[in-house]
Design a protein around this ligand. Structure first.
Ligand code: NAD
Length: 419
């Protein structure tokens, strides 16, 4: 298994990015104190009876960074490297992200430090249900609405929805998004993040005068976000020359057949060994000459140590926090165009919002409605961020943060402080 070197503390990086944008906005100290830090942090113990009969104790978290603009919203991650600081960083980014796409949610995130690849379905179900009951007092359709993230999926959401509903005594589909369609999920939610990445990449190409058709693409991380982004770029005529997952990387300079690679990944669980491809190392993958690099795995993958090797013209951040601030500075000096995470991957939370609206109204939309609305939201957000980037001559990431943080600051200033 490829290891991820978490060289920096993601939460400290999130705070550093906040300060940069708050300085541009000229935010006063009182407002900074009100919106910078998580509003609520919950750490819970999750004891689970494992298949061999012993009880294993997992440590788990739910962080609500902000409810200023609406209920907290954010995914739940199952991964061996989950830490409280990582969850706090991810919750913080969710607040600014929801504000960038202007949906009425704040930011939240959850996580369990576990190794889901070495757990049975029964163990995962028992862990998910016990975790749900532990965080139950602070979640709900009007309070905090979880969704899938790394190594969680629609089945995980179904277990959470069921546990929550059984405890309350009636069905409450709006407590989570990313559910199966038969439980009140939205058409288009599964591919929403990748689709949003695709729309913002289209906008970036248009802005830079680059042709998407025929461009070369490298995708790091071939899960939900990365594989769908790869598929849509492939369908638009781009050449996806390399792809990786946690077990290995595959490369073909003439382009990989993405639908076949997705089929193989679904069957075998990995991309390594794909016909008509050669294996390369993770470092070689990042350093490939290409038009568009789509980091779609975990945070801090591009950092001070390897940013200098990148040769992509555009970096489309499907993952949350894949570039450290030091990497940002290096790429900025090389003239690389970065579509920042809180803009690029906001398609997931946008369709989660659509799902929540449909659940609340008990009225469900056609897939095309979802795609059209998503396209409008993503392209409007891209235009808004681009305008700030050009008007103020600041990096795209700072521009996105200025937009998101500015909207949250405005809301908190109007609400005032209680009591
Ligand atoms: P996923 O579990 O579906 O996929 C993660 C992928 O990353 C897997 O293919 C895994 O093998 C790969 N991976 C893990 N470690 C790796 C490594 N060291 N090198 C290369 N590949 C590695 O998760 P996902 O939902 O696609 O999430 C991926 C990223 O996108 C995360 O940062 C997540 O926070 C972000 N994101 C996801 C959504 C969503 O709706 N799913 C929305 C917004 C942001």
């Amino acid at each position: 298994m490829l290891t991820t070197k978490l060289v920096d503390n993601a939460y400290e990086l999130a705070l550093e990015n906040f300060d940069a944008a708050a300085d541009v906005l000229g935010l006063d100290n009182d407002t900074r104190e009100m919106i910078k830090y998580p509003e609520r942090v919950l750490t819970v113990t999750v004891p689970v009876r494992m298949d061999d009969g012993h009880i294993h104790r997992f440590e788990a978290y739910r962080v609500q960074h902000s409810q200023v603009r609406g209920p907290a919203k954010g995914g739940i991650r199952y991964h061996p490297q989950v830490t409280l600081d990582e969850v706090k960083a991810l919750a913080t980014w969710m607040t600014w992200k929801c504000a960038v796409v202007n949906i009425p949610f704040g930011g939240g995130k959850g996580g369990i430090t576990c190794d889901p690849k070495h757990m049975s379905k029964g163990e995962l179900e028992r862990m998910t249900r016990r975790y749900t009951s532990a965080i139950l007092p602070i979640i709900g359709p009007e309070q905090d609405i979880p969704a899938p993230d790394v190594y969680t999926n629609s089945q995980t959401m179904a277990w959470i929805m069921d546990t929550y509903s059984m405890t309350k005594g009636y069905p409450i589909p709006g407590v989570v998004t990313g559910k199966p369609i038969c439980l009140g999920g939205s058409l288009g939610r599964n591919e929403a993040t990748g689709r949003g990445v695709f729309y913002t990449t289209q906008c970036a190409c248009e802005h830079l005068g680059m042709e998407l058709k025929g461009s070369t693409v490298v995708v790091q991380g071939f899960g939900n976000a990365g594989s769908i982004a790869a598929q849509l770029l492939y369908e638009a005529g781009a050449k996806v020359i390399a792809v990786s997952d946690s077990a290995g990387c595959v490369y073909n300079r003439n382009g990989l057949n993405i639908p076949e690679l997705m089929h193989m990944k679904a069957l075998c669980g990995h991309v390594e060994g794909f016909p008509e491809s050669e294996p390369i190392s993770p470092a070689e993958l990042l350093a490939l000459e290409c038009d568009i690099l789509v980091p779609s795995a975990l945070e801090n993958m591009v950092n001070a140590e390897n940013a200098g090797t990148l040769r992509a013209k555009i970096v489309a951040e499907a993952a949350n926090g894949p570039l450290t601030p030091a990497a940002d500075r290096i790429l900025e000096s090389k003239g690389t165009y970065v579509i920042p995470d809180i803009l690029c991957n906001a398609g997931g939370v946008t369709v989660s919002y659509f799902e929540w609206v449909q659940d609340e109204q008990h009225l469900f939309w056609e897939a095309q409605d979802v795609y059209d609305r998503l396209e409008r939201v993503m392209k409007t957000a891209f235009r808004d961020v681009l305008k700030i980037h050009l008007d103020r001559t600041i990096p795209m990431r700072t521009a996105a943060n200025v937009l998101g943080i500015g909207r949250v600051a405005e809301a908190v200033q109007i609400r005032g402080i209680y009591p």
